[in-house]
Design a protein around this ligand. Sequence first.
Ligand SMILES: [Cu+2]
Length: 609
Amino acid sequence: MKKTDNDTTQDSTPDSPSNESRRAFLKTTGATVIAAPAILTSRKSMAQVVPGVAPSPATTPWQVDLPDAIEPLQPTDLFTDAYRIPQGTANTAYGECGRNRHQRWNDFFGNPQLQPGQADTYELRVKEDNNYSFHPDYPDQLAWTYEGVDGNGQPYHNPTFFARYGRPVIVRLHNELPKDHEGFGTPEISMHLHNLHTPSESDGFPGDYFSPYKAGPTLTKPGNFKDQFYPNIYAGLDEFPKDVDNPVGGDKREALGTLWYHDHTLDFTAANASRGMAGFYLLFDDLDSGDENDPNPAALRLPSYPYDYPLLFQDKRFDASGIHIYDQIDPEGTLGDKITVNGKIEPVLKVAKRKYRLRLLNAGPSRYYEFYLVNAAGTPQTFDYIANDGNLLPTTLRNQTRVRLGVAERGDIVVNFNRYALGTELYLVNRLVQTSTRGPGAVQAPGDRVLKIVVNRTAADNSQVPNTLRPIRRPTAEEIASAPVRRWTFARTSGLWTINSKLVNVKSPAARISKESMEIWDISNPNGGWSHPVHIHFEEGHILQRFVNGAAVAVPAHERGRKDVYNLGPNERIRLFIRFRDFPGKYVMHCHNMIHEDHAMMVRWDIVE
Ligand SMILES: [Cu+2]
């Protein structure tokens, strides 16, 4: 194995593309932003400057019902247009942006063009919706969302993918945002599927943003659309090749389950994701099969659709007239004080008297949560904690009462509503106090009610929650001893957010890592005032050790599986073990507090042959 330097510094130039584009943005928004913090509202044809941020106007709770079940995204036939059949190389002649060619395309499909039946094909259209409702007390307003098609052929926002290991997916992402817009966000897009084992060119790399008019620095041409290829193989394809005994390919212990997609455009991730561009991608295999009636004795038979229900939380701030606002210039951003659940403020979920799998996702931009399920008296209720960061834990954590989530972190829990009488009302509350975008404060009861749950019907239940979930491949003592150590420091430097004292440079990697190697990443937050939920793209890691102020502390039980988000609190340091496999190319690590990420706490690293 190739050794890397023990002390790597991020190789970034002062004039990074990030700085250039931020300067260009400041220029186009005019001199007023220099004098006062600018709050750009999402109201069409209005960009107002507000000298401070008042609390969002009050709302009447529990006015809107969430649907009883999540509607799966329906596939689209991509073979009807002979000029735009999915292919390995970018179809720039017919409107695709200038992406790199899909890696291993011929291994998967054996032909330059996709053949019918070889993959599940979907389309998402990123569009402006001028009549979006967060809450009936607020006016209908502008949102930017991914639009898909439901089972009735109707368009809907931010659809949920139901995908399966061994079944490749092609997503055709159309950019239909207006060229000229008012307010925050940028109409160039780059969609990241967090944290699928996705080849670089389909990873939603921040420099791969596109529109019909503009291409990011790591693309060769603008375009109307971009095809993203999700192989849905387990990580470790070269070590565990596809064969008759391993029909999917890769290491089955590496299976992912609860994933989410969101915009990842350089400098504008917080703004664009906050405007609404985020949704779920659920991935199943023969163990976590998505069928609680599965006759396969190996299947876990966890609660399944329609009792498998993803919940996406985003914090947002609204102005006095109830219009969503966000400051994309201030490096401290805007802290939301209204928590949206699947895009709605204080909604109601009506559930059947049986077990549910609830998949909780902190979709940012910057708030942390510590959720409790409480009864009407505020008493915490127990549940099983089965997956963190989308990965089924080795064993079920029973009788849990809280789920703490940094930005982008996921927690899957199973709640047994059969314990409650029909008509029982429960609440999901957030007890974590947070008053700035720098990080969370103390845990305080009773907390804010963000979702009301009403048990309103009966239903059969053949699901179970076994003690043993998915086996884990922990690194051996020999692997840990021989792995080179790479150090990354997340800090505030001259009022900006940096990694190893540098801002991001998407054009040049700060690290080149050999394919099929393994390393220990030692990441630290030497500051006392901030928290950083650190996300590493493409490969998951195992937390080996945690330190606070230099002293070793226990790794919590829910962090002892595989992770893709590593919460670095004030003066914290983490050592993690990570492998680099299968698909060379450019990837990033960044703070997933999207405000820190945009201001430019991110680093490009490459896997090289
Ligand atoms: Cu951060």
